[in-house]
Design a protein around this ligand. Sequence first.
Ligand code: HAM
Length: 418
Amino acid sequence: MARSEPIRAVRGVRDILPADRALWRAAEQAAVSTARRFGYEEIVTPIIEQAELIDRVGEETDTVAKELYRFEDRGGRKVALRPEATAGVVRAYFEGGLNQRPQPSRLYLLGPMFRYDRPQKGRYRQFFQFNIEAIGSSSPALDAEVIELASEWLVESGLKDVLLDVNSIGDAKCRPAYLERLKEYYRPLKSQLHGECQARLERNPLRLLDCKVDICQPFKAAAPRITDHLCDECSAHWAAVLRLLDAASIEYRLNPYLVRGLDYYTRTVFEIIPAGASGQQDSLGGGGRYDGLAAAEGWPATPGVGFAGGLDRVTELMAAGGEEIVPSPPAEVVILPDPNLDIAAADVARICRTVRTVSVDYEPKSLRAKMRSANKIGARWVVLLSAEDSARQVAQLKEMAGGEQTEVAWADLPGRLA
Ligand code: HAM
């Protein structure tokens, strides 16, 4: 292979560079502290899962049918890179015996997900999510809790101008009859729908409702609404969720066209978008109830509800909103040794590291050049080290701001830097 071109990152994935990490860390820390305040515990599940786990939860969805990174490993096992975390968290809940503990299990997870979609701004093939899952209860109070937690996370990340869309899409008892009505409504209109919607009509008619293509829009308004066709249990559950949201003063929009892109949802579904947004890749996060998921995976039927927020989009919006987090310098103290003093410089760094972040400039360049580098990275102090000073176990401590320089014994450095 020709070796002329430098190797670049895989299409659709990106690096998060140190300058951007401060903002990411703020969003992650807001996620962790919000989740902890609500009594959620951290869980980490593998990035690879058996492909079948993912297939079982949504063969009809784009995420699984078209966007899944699936491959055979060297042992011939069919595996997939997780496109989302909920299926894996539910699997781990049973395999790890969390179902034996007091219920529900409140869990959160931060990590990368993978979807082979066409990359564009806000849509990546590797992206990061903050997930929360409450597994083992069908109480509508948990639907409201998850929504409140998600909203609080965004507020804590500095995003106040967001909209919450909510809907209920029924369950295995009432949805089939509704889907028949929906198909009946759309069949005479089939030839007027765009190609993908024509295919969806018989296979996954619910998705007709959240189609964003212009020519399909005029037919939505008169389509039957699922919230008018819920069974008594789903209807009571839905009313309770809305009552709880009202009581918590959480503003929402009832959106009868919100159905979500994954197959496993039952009853409550919701999505959070920035105010003024329209595109699908604008959604900051979404979730809902998935009472049939555990059984679809082959585990005992167990209800659950959860949410996932996209960190890529949240941090992009934080930055666009002027949220600026000045990253702390990589090192507060930089040791600048003269040539051939690597051992002494490492010693002095070790001493200073007891109180400050410290790096050593080992490069063979002039003191002026070293000072310039230390200044550029934002160091507060430099420690100049000559052979003569080193022999006496002293060094010159210089404060970058004032320019003041004093001789300090190595042992006294921590005291002077504290
Ligand atoms: P989702 O709506 O597929 O839900 O994804 C949640 C969020 O992840 C989206 O709102 C978006 O912010 C972000 N996201 C999704 N795909 C991409 C992408 N290609 N690039 C950047 N960000 C992306 C779920 O994943 C469900 N598991 C949520 C859930 C948890 N439901 C119940 N529990």
